[in-house]
Write a protein that binds this ligand. Structure first.
Ligand SMILES: NC(=O)c1ccc[n+]([C@@H]2O[C@H](COP(=O)([O-])OP(=O)(O)OC[C@H]3O[C@@H](n4cnc5c(N)ncnc54)[C@H](O)[C@@H]3O)[C@@H](O)[C@H]2O)c1
Length: 279
């Protein structure tokens, strides 16, 4: 398939992980891809791999917490290739979700909140601000924002990450309304646990832990970066032209479940209240 022939894409955080796989996927189907990242060595390595495979990719240093960097990133794509069709807003150090930013509303610092929101939400507003006028000139386009299952399912002490990802789902729906008339679709992806290079390293030597984790998924595995890259490519493709404002859960069924013992509790409750049956 060559679904993105002639198109230009930017992938923030496009060096590694989900962004890395997305850059490769879009390039493998004909897009010219600008990899925007803070890790230049990894960005160049990914771009080199794409080029060797016959694709077209360039890199730009961009810290998505910087307004100037985001503006320059969009300009760089347009200066290089004359148009912009796809923006994948993906950059975030997942490790940060478990580092300084962990905590409740009582314990997180204002600085951690501001830093987290700069990358999780403000960066997406700014990316969209500069990408939309260029996409409009190209006759339309696609924006895909990376949310998470944590945008709807909450865990203790993850205020910043979860508030940020919930906001991404809301921003996606709102932006889809504003830019639909311009021919721009805006969608989000909510991944479950994806074994990126970084998370694979985290599980090294803890096969039992990973197995326990995988068993929480109805499909009995966690995801690979390619699972998400494939879904992003679908949303950007002609197969999805009537889909906008949608948050697609690519999570092996994780979020469709009730808690493991919910059925047991429900049956117990029904027995104690004999007027109820569960048949
Ligand atoms: N991996 C998962 O299990 C998972 C699950 C749900 C959602 N997500 C979301 O998917 C996205 C990608 O996650 P991942 O696991 O692939 O991350 P990752 O840590 O593997 O890779 C992130 C990439 O972004 C870059 N980056 C980090 N901070 C940046 C910044 N300020 N500016 C520019 N680039 C920056 C890194 O250098 C790296 O190339 C994130 O938005 C994350 O919240 C990931």
């Amino acid at each position: 398939m060559n679904r993105f022939e002639g198109q230009v894409a930017i992938v923030t955080g496009g060096a590694l992980g989900i962004g890395g796989a997305t850059s490769r996927k879009l390039a493998s189907e004909g897009a010219r891809v600008l990899i925007a990242d803070i890790d230049m060595d990894a960005a160049i390595a990914n771009a080199d791999g794409i080029t060797t495979a016959g694709g077209v990719a360039q890199v730009v240093r961009c810290d998505v917490s910087s307004h100037d960097d985001i503006r320059a990133m969009v300009s760089a794509a347009v200066e290089e290739w004359g148009r912009l069709d796809i923006l994948v807003q993906n950059a975030y150090g997942v490790a940060s979700a478990h580092g300084d930013s962990l905590g409740s509303a009582v314990t997180v610092s204002e600085e951690a909140w501001d830093n987290g929101m700069a990358v999780l939400t403000k960066a997406l507003y700014l990316g969209t601000k500069y990408a939309v006028p260029e996409m409009t000139k190209s006759g339309g386009g696609n924006i895909v924002n990376l949310a998470s299952v944590h945008g709807i399912l909450m865990a203790p002490k993850m205020l910043i990450y979860e508030a940020g990802k919930a906001a991404v789902i809301g921003m996606t729906r709102q932006m889809a309304i504003d830019f639909g008339p311009e021919g721009i679709r805006v969608n989000a992806i909510c991944p479950g646990h994806i074994l990126t290079e970084g998370l694979a390293k985290m599980w090294e030597g803890n096969e039992a832990g990973l197995k326990f984790f995988e068993d929480q998924y109805p499909v009995k595995r966690v995801g690979q970066p390619e699972d998400i890259a494939n879904a992003i490519a679908f949303l950007c493709s002609e197969d999805a032209t009537f889909i906008t404002g949608h948050s697609l859960f690519v999570d092996g069924g994780l979020t469709i479940q009730l808690q493991e013992d919910f059925g047991v509790q429900q049956a117990k409750y029904a027995r104690e209240h004999s007027e109820l049956t569960l048949d």
